[in-house]
Design a protein around this ligand. Structure first.
Ligand code: FAD
Length: 501
């Protein structure tokens, strides 16, 4: 008989959510985590960035308080205390996850899990067990792999230099850098640009693609570029990094090509924010044999990846460029073995990992998974916030889908005027014939909280008139969503009517 119904390897937002769901559905569940529960999201990702953004935005708002008649003098930043506040928030959430696992009866195994044949898992304990054992073997009817990811680095000369950091390294800095060059104008890049520019650091962004946040609505990228520039961030799009070298005067020099011209920028630190790599190989490689990667996934070489892919293949699991292939429920090619989160090809976000975890646990427990994994809201916590779900106008054009667009500029929204928000907008895209909502993009205060309504609408194929059945409270930012829906239905109330052609 198996030790467990379900073993989950990895305790990030994918793994711990899957373990709790599995236990709630009656599965005898264990979870293996080699580091801290909450994974990248709680310890090195979503939560620390948002805590730092909160502190940085608060500082900026206090400095700009004169707009509201509030004048503060001698406002200073104590970066050590900002880091303490960030860590306190993380610690509370991590301990909350530990308590939830315990309260749900999940067996916690602290150590590194390695998948073996016949749904067996070897656990190399982080600390010797009470009986002195350093490892143990368990088996389960079902296994969920949730190893997460680690920061990618560009294959460019100079990436190994001291002072070239990934997001992990940037969190570890004890002082605000004087200047920072960020390679990559994606979500992580722009969020850090907002944090450090608000805290007084001279920030430069080098983005190889023609716009920031390349996958988002064009208007959002343009507006964000303008807002960040106004806040002093030096932004270079279409700028391709050639190499990094030590600056004899101190710091680092990034050499890049922009509009066919060779350029360079000097800064104290360089942040490489060019995406994340799947941490799947470590699930198949014995930590004793591959001790060099146990502590540092970034040490993975082609040799490790090939060895892991071969072992995975022998177990019936297909890996492609480090990612594990699965069906829609997360099931791999090996019966009973699932994979979720950042190790699976697709969008690397915490709520995607959690939704995949719930889906896999429900499937394993014999339930019908409910969440629509194809509809993924994505949020950026700049000020103003940015959120998007479903298709954009550009997507509709590319796929020749007939759509109508309801757009509302938030400058006439009472709550936005009260808080003197930057000029923002809510855009909702509906099918021209059926009225079904297909997408929404927002750039305004609380956009990240409001996008959930649009995800629910798309997942349930709702129309603007169905969403307008419920009133929106006044004054709220949410009224802007109502206005964009009204615009789709014939005309927003607080907006001049479009001139008839
Ligand atoms: P992870 O969170 O990486 O967790 C994997 C866990 O598995 C880790 O704890 C690891 O220690 C453990 N593990 C790995 N191998 C083993 C093994 N062999 N044995 C035992 N344990 C193992 N996403 C959002 O949705 N919103 C955001 O605002 C956001 N902001 C981000 C900001 C930054 C700076 C970064 C870096 C990421 C951000 N993300 C955000 C992405 C998000 O953090 C990830 O998509 C999410 O954490 C993935 O969850 P996961 O469970 O797949 O993996």
């Amino acid at each position: 008989m198996s030790n467990f119904d379900l073993i989950v390897i990895g305790g990030g937002p994918g793994g711990y959510v899957a373990a709790i769901k599995g236990a709630q559905l009656g599965l005898n569940t264990a979870i293996i985590e080699k580091d801290r529960f909450g994974g990248t999201c709680l310890n090195r990702g979503c939560i620390p960035t948002k805590a730092m953004l909160h502190a940085a935005d608060l500082y900026r708002e206090i400095l700009e308080g004169g707009r509201f008649g509030i004048h503060a003098e001698k406002v200073t930043v104590n970066y050590g205390e900002v880091l303490d506040y960030k860590q306190e928030t993380i610690d509370k959430l991590v301990s909350g996850v530990e308590q939830l696992l315990k309260a749900n009866g999940v067996t916690v195994l602290k150590g590194t899990g390695t998948l073996l044949a016949d749904r067996q898992v070897k656990v190399t304990f982080a600390e010797p067990a009470e009986d002195g054992a350093t490892e143990s073997y368990y088996d389960a009817e079902h296994i969920i792999l949730a190893g997460g990811s680690y920061p990618a680095k560009l294959p460019v000369e100079g990436m190994e230099l001291e002072g070239v950091l990934t997001s992990d390294g940037l969190f570890a800095l004890k002082e605000i850098p004087e200047s920072l060059t960020i390679i990559g104008g994606g979500v992580i890049g722009v969020e850090f640009a907002e944090v450090f520019s608000a805290l007084g650091c001279k920030v430069t962004i080098l983005e190889a693609l023609p716009k920031l946040l390349a996958n988002l609505d064009k208007e959002i990228s343009q507006n964000l570029k303008m807002i960040l520039k106004k806040r002093g961030v030096d932004i270079h799009t279409g700028a391709s990094l050639a190499k990094i070298e030590k600056d004899p005067a101190g710091g680092l020099i990034c050499h890049y090509t922009e509009k066919d011209k060779d350029q360079s920028r000097s800064s104290q630190h360089v942040l490489c924010a060019v995406g994340r790599k799947p941490n799947a190989a470590g699930l198949f490689l014995d930590p004793e044999e591959f001790a060099d990667i146990a502590e540092n996934s970034a040490a993975l070489t082609t040799k490790h990846l090939e060895a892991a892919a071969q072992t995975a293949h022998d177990l019936g699991i297909t890996m492609e460029r480090g990612f594990i292939e699965t069906d829609v429920y997360g099931q791999t090619g090996a019966p009973g073995i699932y994979a979720i989160g950042d190790i699976v090809k697709g969008i690397q976000l915490a709520h995607v990992a959690s939704a995949q975890g719930i889906t896999a646990a429900e499937k394993i427990a014999g339930h019908t998974p409910n969440v629509d994994l194809a509809i993924v809201p994505s949020c950026i916590y700049t000020s103003p916030e940015i959120a998007s779900v479903g298709i954009t106008e550009e997507d509709a054009k590319a796929s020749a889908t007939p759509v109508k667009v309801g757009k509302y500029i938030t400058s006439a929204n009472g709550k936005s005027l009260i808080s003197k928000e930057e000029r923002g907008f809510v855009k909702i895209i509906a099918h021209a014939d059926t009225g079904e909502i297909l997408g929404a993009q927002m750039m305004c205060a609380r956009a990240t909280d409001m996008i959930g309504e649009m995800a629910t609408a798309i997942a349930n194929k709702l129309t603007p008139s169905q969403l307008l059945k419920g009133m929106r409270a006044h004054p709220t930012y949410n009224e802007a969503v109502g206005e964009a829906l009204e615009e789709l239905e014939g005309g927003a109330i607080h907006m001049a009517p479009k001139k008839k052609k």
